[in-house]
Design a protein around this ligand. Structure first.
Ligand SMILES: Cc1cc2nc3c(=O)[nH]c(=O)nc-3n(C[C@H](O)[C@H](O)[C@H](O)COP(=O)(O)OP(=O)(O)OC[C@H]3O[C@@H](n4cnc5c(N)ncnc54)[C@H](O)[C@@H]3O)c2cc1C
Length: 381
């Protein structure tokens, strides 16, 4: 039964994307995991195939699709065997660029959005700082008016695609005394004087994606680099985070389903004490619980994406999706590793990679605790 988020056309699209992922991306996944890097041609290739502009209008090179298409892509990318690739692609097309379409000028769309959709320019999103992650309003990167432009100073960290991006959607403070009205977004070319990658971070999972700390020292940008309205950056970046949370959850839930399916097959084949391990009641019940929770996470995700697609702004529900998906995915992948026994712990099955990758959903784009803050505030608490 198709969820109303999808039509038969989405399912045809799914078949096409799956073939691309399995034939062109998956064969390299193990190498990219080992090298902790995947090559830039992946962006170009996906751009050529139209996969980086699914929800963007045709006039900018996009496919004119919807959230159903974006979720299909995130789900199918989970099949490539390296979640870091899916995350980097999602940063490109569903995190760093939607604000350009929504808030950008025509010139900004031509200069950044069009080449990003083609995969010719790589984008990153700079919100988090060494001293402020969850507390976005606590950032200290400043953009001060100077002549016909702004002078930007600050540090950003944990920035996906940051080591290779051509431009960064940067969150700054333009007025320290204006509270939530004192933030502004900028589109900053990474080759500008004063912009540098101060270091790359090694990490537990999502290993094929690069994660950088960025330094901005007296970076001068013209006023045309301001994205959206001066002083509206906080509200604008909160809007961006909603899409980021949905798409992150979509990839992770799909990845957990894959691990679940593999583990189910394994539990039917692997024997101990004369029976397949899946027939032991304790394990049968584990599978029943895992499938129920994963399905609940998936349905909540689809329902919420549909509400967003229909024009609602379901902040509370998106936070619920991210919170619930993060917890379920981690529970499921952890149980699956247990069911695989020693083979789950060994790198050869790929289960330990999924276990490491899945941990991020409870942290990146807003932690479990911050999701609970948003949900409880929406209840008036
Ligand atoms: C692999 C990876 C990729 C990332 N990619 C990007 C990116 O591309 N761009 C970007 O800008 N950022 C990125 N991030 C950063 C990510 O969004 C932050 O790590 C996240 O928002 C948490 O911020 P923090 O790490 O500073 O933790 P902190 O904010 O320091 O939080 C530490 C702990 O305190 C808890 N805490 C904080 N406030 C509260 C509260 N009010 N109540 C209860 N508990 C609280 C948190 O939940 C957490 O458990 C990435 C992170 C990782 C690990």
């Amino acid at each position: 039964m198709l969820h109303p988020l999808f039509t038969p056309e989405h399912e045809e699209f799914r078949v096409t994307v799956r073939a691309v992922v399995e034939s062109e991306v998956a064969p390299h996944a193990l190498d990219w995991e080992r090298e902790a890097h995947f090559p830039d041609w992946v962006f170009k290739r996906l751009g050529d195939l139209g996969l980086l502009g699914l929800r963007y209008p045709a006039e900018y090179g996009g496919q004119g699709g919807d959230w159903g298409h974006a979720i299909v892509l995130a789900e199918e990318m989970a099949r490539c065997g390296s979640a870091g690739v899916g995350m980097a692609v999602a940063v490109q097309s569903e995190m760093a660029t939607p604000p350009i379409l929504k808030f950008g000028t025509e010139e900004q769309k031509q200069r950044y959005l069009v080449p990003a959709i083609r995969g010719e320019k790589i984008a990153c999103l700079g919100i988090s700082e060494p001293d402020a992650g969850s507390d976005v309003a606590g950032i200290s990167t400043t953009a001060k008016r100077e002549g016909d432009g702004y002078r930007i100073n600050g540090r950003k960290t944990f920035i996906t695609n940051g080591a290779r991006a051509h431009f960064c959607l940067l969150v700054t403070r333009t007025d320290r005394n204006a509270g939530y009205e004192g933030f502004s977004l900028f589109l900053v070319d990474t080759d500008l004087p004063g912009f540098s990658v101060s270091r790359e971070l090694n990490k537990l999972g999502m290993r094929s994606s690069d994660t950088a700390e960025l330094a901005l020292d007296d970076v001068l940008v013209p006023s045309s680099a301001l994205l959206g309205e001066d002083g509206r950056g906080f509200v604008e970046i909160m809007w961006e985070l909603q899409g980021e949370r949905l798409i992150g959850a979509a990839g992770s839930v799909a990845g957990a389903w894959l691990v679940f399916d593999r583990t189910l097959r394994y539990a039917k084949e692997r024997t101990a004490f004369g029976s397949s391990i899946g027939t032991f009641q304790v394990n049968r019940h584990k599978f029943a619980t895992m499938a129920t929770e994963l399905e609940a996470a998936r349905q909540l995700l689809y329902d919420t994406a549909l509400a967003w697609e229909r024009g609602e702004y379901p902040v509370k529900e998106i936070s619920m999706v991210k919170l619930y998906a993060g917890e379920v995915v981690n529970r499921v992948v952890n149980e699956c590793l247990q069911l695989f026994g020693g083979y789950g712990y060994a790198t050869e099955t790929g289960i330990e990679r999924a276990w490491r990758d899945s941990r991020l959903l409870r942290i990146g784009g807003g932690t479990d605790e911050i999701m609970r803050e948003v949900i409880s505030k929406a209840m008036g608490l």
